[in-house]
Ligand binder design. Structure first.
Ligand code: TYC
Length: 108
């Protein structure tokens, strides 16, 4: 056995309770195209994002008229999963519907 070294003085550093920063948030954005049927987009928005028929129709029309629109804001993994679900549903039904995620832009 070696000699034990025991500190003479100890200092206790009191920590402030850890304040966790909120996770970075991502917006899921639907992109317009000329081929995907409107009804299909509305069903996808309802199914993947849990929106009502009225809200899904409003989002679809906004995307149709403005070229793009935010469907929801989520943490990174949830946003990525929803984007994948939209793309998979679109592929399965042979529609070119595109969906992307991007960091929520900082408030002005
Ligand atoms: N522009 C499409 C049409 O006229 C409808 C549409 C809306 C497509 C939203 C994609 O993300 C989209 N059939």
């Amino acid at each position: 056995m070696g000699t034990q070294v025991v500190p003479k003085h100890t200092t206790v550093v009191e920590r402030k309770p850890a304040r966790l920063a909120p996770p970075p948030m991502y917006q899921v954005v639907l992109l317009n195209d000329d081929y995907t049927p409107m009804d299909f987009v509305v069903v996808v928005v309802q199914q993947v994002f849990g929106k009502s028929l009225e809200e899904a129709a409003r989002i679809m029309l906004k995307v149709h008229n403005e070229g793009r629109g935010v469907v929801g804001v989520y943490t990174r993994d949830i946003a990525a999963t929803r984007v994948e679900s939209v793309i998979q549903l679109a592929r399965m039904n042979q529609h070119p519907l595109q969906c992307i995620m991007e960091p929520v832009p900082p408030a002005e």
